[in-house]
Write a protein that binds this ligand. Structure first.
Ligand SMILES: Cc1cc2nc3c(=O)[nH]c(=O)nc-3n(C[C@H](O)[C@H](O)[C@H](O)COP(=O)(O)OP(=O)(O)OC[C@H]3O[C@@H](n4cnc5c(N)ncnc54)[C@H](O)[C@@H]3O)c2cc1C
Length: 284
């Protein structure tokens, strides 16, 4: 059994910081590929978890007008590999990302988790370290000597950068739309969120803990997709079962996400939880 006592899903970066400050034992969980293995091995280092998976703002990969490339700590290795910005500006990072594990792992594991896990094999950390040394020891001093020239160049290229940024954003948007539709097409023909959640509950052994499951759908204006939502209540569930279930929901290829969650501890039953979840996806 996993030694998890407290689990909180952060709703924002500020929320995550508050949760970490409030509990000195709290540790972040992102993709969970390291944390869940450590828990499985019996580690007690992750008794209290703050789940940051799903904070879209930390997934962003962007290029600033001055050429700085920012990779959000929640960007997965697949997203980094496929990023136009990374491939264009720092291809060594895309190459390093492509060497990590297999496709399934790359779809889940994040670069932030890789760097912070402190594992000796951290592939992205090596590439980032080399880049840091090159920038600090070679590029920065060179730029300092050519500061005036750089300022002139920057002024002239600012407008061009803005245009390039807009084009990159447009291309990213197109790519994201295409990859989302491809993933929708890969779903089982008779996929419904309700059936999916029910099947996962069976696979994780918590079917009997489901006290209610209420599906709703909302049509969207000018879209072929409707929002499909399931509100569910799980009772007398262990923290390990809950984490396992949440992890499988969020890492499935079916583009399903947990929108709201509240977890309470049962007073009469030590260690058991009641969880109320709202899970959402898009369906045609
Ligand atoms: C089958 C398999 C193959 C693997 N192959 C490779 C490989 O080839 N190369 C390689 O380098 N690694 C490999 N790994 C290791 C692992 O996948 C990576 O370290 C992964 O990137 C961790 O990311 P995560 O999001 O899953 O982190 P998590 O497991 O969620 O977290 C890992 C650690 O980082 C902390 N953390 C997570 N996000 C943040 C953040 N934003 N800020 C601060 N701390 C944070 C967590 O608290 C935890 O201590 C492999 C793992 C598995 C299971």
């Amino acid at each position: 059994m996993f030694a998890i006592e407290r689990y909180n899903k952060a709703q924002s970066v500020e929320d995550a910081v508050k949760l970490l400050v409030a509990d000195s034992e709290a540790k972040l969980i992102a993709g969970g590929t390291d944390v869940l293995i450590r828990l499985h091995e019996g580690s007690s280092d992750f008794r209290s978890l703050v789940d940051i998976n799903g904070l879209a703002v930390l997934k962003e990969i962007t290029e600033e007008p001055d050429g700085t490339v920012r990779i959000g700590s929640l960007a997965t290795f697949s997203e980094i590999m496929d990023s136009d910005v990374v491939n264009k500006r720092v291809p060594v990072i895309a190459e390093a990302a492509a060497t990590v594990g297999g496709p399934q792992l790359r779809n889940t594991a994040t670069m932030g988790g890789n760097i912070c896990a402190g594992v000796p094999c951290a592939d992205s950390a090596g590439a980032l370290l080399v880049l840091f040394i090159v920038v600090q020891l070679i590029v920065r001093p060179l730029f300092a000597r050519n500061d005036r020239l750089q300022k002139q160049l920057r002024a002239r290229t600012l407008a061009l950068s803005e245009l390039q940024k807009m084009r990159t954003e447009y291309e990213n948007l197109q790519a994201a739309t295409l990859s989302s539709s491809a993933r929708f097409d890969q779903r089982e023909k008779d996929f419904t969120l309700y059936k999916f959640l029910n099947r996962l509950a069976g696979e994780t052994g918590i079917k009997e803990n489901i006290k209610s499951m209420k599906p709703t759908t909302t049509e969207q204006k000018d879209s072929r997709y409707k929002i499909s939502r399931v509100d569910m209540r799980l009772e007398s569930i262990t923290p390990a079962q809950l984490t396992d279930y949440l992890h499988r929901v969020e890492t499935s290829a079916n583009m399903v996400s947990i929108k709201k969650m509240s977890v309470t501890k049962k007073e009469d039953n030590e260690g058991l939880l009641t969880a109320i979840l709202q899970v959402e996806t898009l369906e045609t």
